[in-house]
Design a protein around this ligand. Structure first.
Ligand code: IPE
Ligand code: IPE
Ligand code: MG
Length: 249
């Protein structure tokens, strides 16, 4: 298979547009979030069936605490019930679930539900599902730097041995393949403090669909678009064609 038509190994999605989806229907924002959980379930299943190695979903940003209290509380309850309901299905499908973000500030009941599902699926050998909750890209880089500084202080690492891989090794995505495809639904063309470091060479795809309207077909369109792109990583297009014909992966 050539570089161009490979499946992405790691897809990350900003699931945006739940509120506007509900507003358009004169319904409370939380109805949009509930519908959004259903979409997440479909997309997780689809990615797992396709053989995607890692799917990262942005569920709640470190900035989303600024929303009205009822909405924040409603979202937290929704996360708890979704985890409890889906735990066995994740296990059946061998999906390994991990949360990324500053989990320690989430409600205790949610932290318990997270710990339970993470423990339940820890030996799963299929797709890794990363749920970003109370996550911020700047926070992720900051916590990586903190861990590195600790190592330096303990004398386990020399400052002049720190390189780009060291930072990446302490990010919350250290155990999964590099990010290939970033998708944002909802029509906004911005990153909103998602995976800042990891986005360096990801392919970006923006969909106008509100998240509750996003579907397996829309996902396949995004993947098809990705497959047709030439990822040059700084090289020239001609170099890639040459490498391909000489058999380099
Ligand atoms: C994304 O949908 C879900 C979360 C941020 C939790 P929004 O709630 O941001 O929906 P819009 O952008 O207001 O439509
Ligand atoms: C990003 O969406 C966060 C999530 C989807 C969880 P937002 O709706 O919070 O982003 P902004 O505030 O419009 O940039
Ligand atoms: Mg939004």
């Amino acid at each position: 298979m050539s570089q161009q038509n490979k499946l992405p190994k790691h897809i990350a999605i900003v699931m945006d547009g739940n509120g506007r989806w509900a507003k358009k229907r004169y319904m409370p924002r939380l109805v949009g979030h509930k519908k959004g959980v259903e979409t997440a379930r479909k997309i997780i299943r689809c990615c797992s069936n396709l053989g995607i190695e890692c799917l990262t979903l942005f569920a709640f940003s470190s900035e989303n605490w600024k929303r009205p209290k009822e909405e924040v509380n409603g979202l937290m309850s929704l996360f708890i019930s979704a985890l409890e309901r889906e735990a066995q299905a994740l296990l059946r499908n061998q999906v390994k679930l991990k949360f990324i973000g500053d989990i320690s500030h989430l409600p205790e009941k949610l932290q318990t539900a997270i710990a339970d599902v993470e423990a339940l699926t820890t030996e799963c050998t299929g797709m890794t599902l990363l749920i970003a909750a109370n996550y911020g890209g700047r926070w992720d880089i900051m916590q990586s730097v903190q861990k590195i500084v600790e190592k330096v202080q303990l004398g386990e690492l020399q400052a002049n041995n720190i390189n780009e891989n060291t930072i990446a090794d302490y990010l919350s995505t250290h155990a999964v393949p590099q990010l290939d495809l970033f998708i944002r639904t909802g029509g906004e063309i911005r990153v909103s403090n998602f995976l800042l470091w990891q986005l360096a060479y990801a392919e970006l795809y923006f969909s106008k669909s509100y998240w509750p309207d996003f579907s397996e077909d829309r996902l396949m369109e995004a993947i098809a678009d990705y497959s047709n792109r030439q990822r040059r990583f700084g090289k020239t297009g001609e170099q890639l064609v040459l490498n391909q014909s000489s058999g380099e992966k």
